[in-house]
Write a protein that binds this ligand. Structure first.
Ligand SMILES: Nc1ncnc2c1ncn2[C@@H]1O[C@H](COP(=O)(O)OP(=O)(O)O)[C@@H](O)[C@H]1O
Ligand SMILES: [Mg+2]
Length: 318
């Protein structure tokens, strides 16, 4: 380009060509090269796509989980959960949960608290059969976890996770998921019960409002309310809330608190919430520290003890 302008500039000065011709020429040259540039960019995209495809195929090559289909029974749990000296290491030798023992009676509500990395989510993962544990036993309704089909376990446990996954589709489908038995009225009913109805009705197409994958058009709090509605639609006997510290506006926060109170009724519940105000009304609080269960009791018992819970509480309220 520099050479063309230098040489062409000389020609213009000598009146051999007009400046317009030189301009046109440089413009055309650029037009010529743009598709070639585009082409090499497409090649980069293609490379990226190939790398992605490789990962997808890696994943598809993974052996399938053992679904224990033959044991599938569509049973309904009563909701008694027992951890009996459970040890877990994701990597050999690095114990993430150490000798965890506790028992939750059907319908009892407990809270798990502890610093980040203390193993709260790991306890939930184990209950859902996501990872094998190394020592001890987890029992549901008195029978070892391994005696149930994974399908039965997951059908009986309703979970609201840190990151609520929203599927592309509409709001209704995101609440009912693939449960065809659910009527539109029932969907509206559960949404009303968990306070999700209000914001849904403000959407232009209400329950038919399309949502994008991952729910970019919804706020964190709204996604959580949808997740609550999902859980309620399935009516599981065990409810788990694993909530991250998230910036939820005060109004939605109040709606969530209210929904939570309703959803735990008659369900064994494990609540992991970072705002200790969320968990004060549970029956029992378990305090985890570096994979060990260090304290257990009611909110006031634990405050009296002036241990780890007391420290966590003071950190939030002073
Ligand atoms: N899938 C995993 N593989 C290996 N290490 C993990 C995995 N998940 C969690 N951990 C580790 O286990 C510990 C406990 O994590 P986690 O149960 O997520 O804690 P919490 O939910 O209390 O913040 C952390 O040190 C974390 O790095
Ligand atoms: Mg966690």
């Amino acid at each position: 380009m520099a050479v063309i302008i230098w040489y062409g500039g000389g020609q213009v000065l000598r009146d051999a060509i007009t400046i317009g011709l030189l301009m046109a020429f440089t413009q055309y040259i650029q037009k010529l090269f743009r598709p070639i540039n585009d082409f090499s960019e497409k090649f980069n995209v293609l490379q990226g796509a190939l790398a992605g495809a490789e990962r997808i195929f890696d994943l598809m090559d993974q052996p399938t989980e053992e679904y224990r289909e033959n044991l599938l029974s569509d049973i309904k749990f009563a909701g008694e959960i027992e951890f009996d000296h459970v040890w877990l290491a994701y990597n050999p030798g690095e114990w993430v949960l150490k000798d965890i023992s506790f028992k939750i009676k059907p319908g009892e509500k407990i809270a798990l608290v502890g610093h980040t990395g203390s193993g709260k989510t790991s306890i939930v993962n184990l209950m859902l059969g996501m990872y094998p544990y190394q020592k001890g036993e987890i029992r549901i309704d008195g029978k070892p976890l391994s005696s149930y089909a994974l399908h039965d376990i997951r059908a009986n446990i309703g979970i609201v996770q840190q990151d609520v996954f929203i599927f592309s589709g509409n709001i209704r489908d995101n609440i009912a998921l693939n449960n065809d038995k659910l009527t539109d009225e029932e969907v509206v009913q559960v949404a009303k019960y968990v306070n999700a109805d209000k914001f849904i009705c403000k959407l232009p197409q209400k329950y038919q409002e399309p949502v994008m994958e991952r729910g970019a058009t919804l706020s964190t709090g709204q996604r959580q309310l949808i997740a609550f509605a999902r859980v309620l639609a399935y009516d599981p006997s065990i409810f788990i809330l694993d909530e991250a510290t998230s910036n939820i506006d005060t109004e939605t926060e109040l709606l969530i608190q209210d929904a939570l109170k309703k959803i735990v009724v008659n369900r064994s519940s494990i609540i992991i919430a970072h705002r200790l105000s969320t968990i004060q009304h549970v029956d029992r609080i378990l305090v985890l520290h570096k994979g060990e269960l260090v304290e257990e009791g009611s909110h006031f018992d634990l405050l009296d003890k002036e241990g780890l819970y007391y420290d966590l509480y003071r950190l939030q309220y002073t």
